[in-house]
Design a protein around this ligand. Structure first.
Ligand SMILES: Cc1cc2nc3c(=O)[nH]c(=O)nc-3n(C[C@H](O)[C@H](O)[C@H](O)COP(=O)(O)OP(=O)(O)OC[C@H]3O[C@@H](n4cnc5c(N)ncnc54)[C@H](O)[C@@H]3O)c2cc1C
Length: 333
């Protein structure tokens, strides 16, 4: 027999974790499945400066707090189950989640699979992945010691990666294809303070090497002139793309590259929900978490209604929460 949960959350990024909080406070059994590190993209950040109640500081602290809050048994935490497993397939009709290790059944499934790092799509990028090319500066930080590091991108995460790299080597450059950076003022201040050179109006057209990366080819956006820059490590931080593979495989409707949801966060399949960046939330930890929180509340209402329809009692936390009239309204809806 498959182990059954009220809700299975796929993805332990900020949106999935926030949804799990709101499911657990209402007393629903919740399993979170995460293929990598808890925190998702938030864990890839070096310094987070825009999360409410969290003074600018290392993302590790924020993510560690999220993990403890969710998994510690009550009353210290919310007692959600979290397993490191990759979800490989969804049976959306029978609400079964298949992973690389097991399979589980749920009354509701929440997809919170976030985004993957965007590729540069230039020769050498794939060949030298892990051999001088990375999308995650934090993971490869130790390799940067006293090396020549170039970060590609002009947004907050590119600057974050460049400032982080500067803690290991003096030779860090930021390459941006436009005339001005997209990042906001706090990361810019850090960039200035770290004294990192920015090469503006440059496209990276090739990554070269033999066993490992030794240089990149830059093309000036205005003059089209090409130049070769010696480099040991290239950090690609040019944005993200929604990770909608599972949703596509399950036949869920999409809209503009995101999973389509209604006002109750439900996808085109009954009982299957989505939140965070795959469902088009703004690309910040706080906004993804807020999206997840609203999704968690919507799923809680859905689970309550389904229980009432089956003539079952609600968990204590929910039974005391809604007045009689609300329950009647739910039943009729
Ligand atoms: C380098 C970097 C720095 C950033 N810095 C900041 C910052 O300082 N401030 C800020 O506000 N925002 C920052 N962001 C953006 C912010 O982290 C994201 O907007 C936010 O994490 C999105 O949350 P999410 O839950 O939607 O998705 P994600 O964080 O992408 O989480 C999705 C999770 O789902 C998991 N997953 C995917 N597929 C599967 C599967 N098949 N099975 C199991 N698990 C799966 C992934 O491993 C991942 O953990 C940064 C992003 C990056 C990349």
């Amino acid at each position: 027999m498959l182990q059954e949960f009220d809700c299975i959350v796929v993805g332990a990024g900020p949106s999935g974790l926030a949804a799990a909080i709101f499911l657990r406070v209402d007393g629903w059994s919740t399993l979170i499945l995460e293929k990598g590190d808890v925190g998702g993209q938030a864990g890839m950040a070096y310094i987070v400066s825009n999360y409410l109640g969290f003074p600018p500081g290392p993302s590790d602290i924020l993510v560690d707090n999220m993990f403890k809050q969710l998994t510690k048994p009550p009353p210290e935490g919310l007692g959600a189950q979290l397993k490191t497993e990759t979800v490989t397939k969804l049976d959306v009709d029978n609400k079964i989640v298949y992973t690389d290790k097991d399979s589980y059944k749920a009354k509701a499934i929440l997809l919170a699979t976030g985004s993957n790092m965007q590729k540069l799509n230039v020769p050498g990028e794939e060949k030298f992945l892990g051999k001088g090319v990375t999308y995650n500066a934090k993971k490869d930080l130790e390799h940067f010691t006293n090396k020549k590091v170039v970060v590609i991108g002009g947004g907050n995460s590119a600057i974050d990666a460049a400032v982080l790299a500067k803690t290991k080597t003096n030779d860090v450059k930021l390459v941006h294809r436009r005339e001005i950076l997209r990042a906001n003022f706090l990361p810019r201040k850090r960039l200035e303070r770290a004294n990192i050179e920015v090469l503006y109006n440059k496209d990276v057209v090739e990554i070269r090497g033999d066993e490992k990366v030794h240089s990149i080819v830059l093309r000036d956006v205005k003059t089209k002139e090409e130049s070769v820059l010696p480099v040991d490590w290239v950090v690609i931080a040019i944005g993200t793309v929604p990770n909608i593979e599972l949703a596509k495989q399950a036949g869920l409707e999409l809209s503009n590259g995101y999973v389509k949801i209604n006002e109750n966060f439900m996808t085109s399949k009954e009982g299957i929900f989505a939140c965070g960046e795959i469902a088009g939330s703004d690309q910040h930890i706080l906004t993804a978490a807020a999206h997840g929180a609203l999704a968690g509340m919507a799923i809680s209402r859905y689970l309550a209604l389904e229980k009432l329809k089956r003539g079952e009692n609600l968990p204590g936390a929910v039974a005391g929460k809604y007045p009689e009239e609300y329950m009647e309204m739910l039943k009729k809806s």
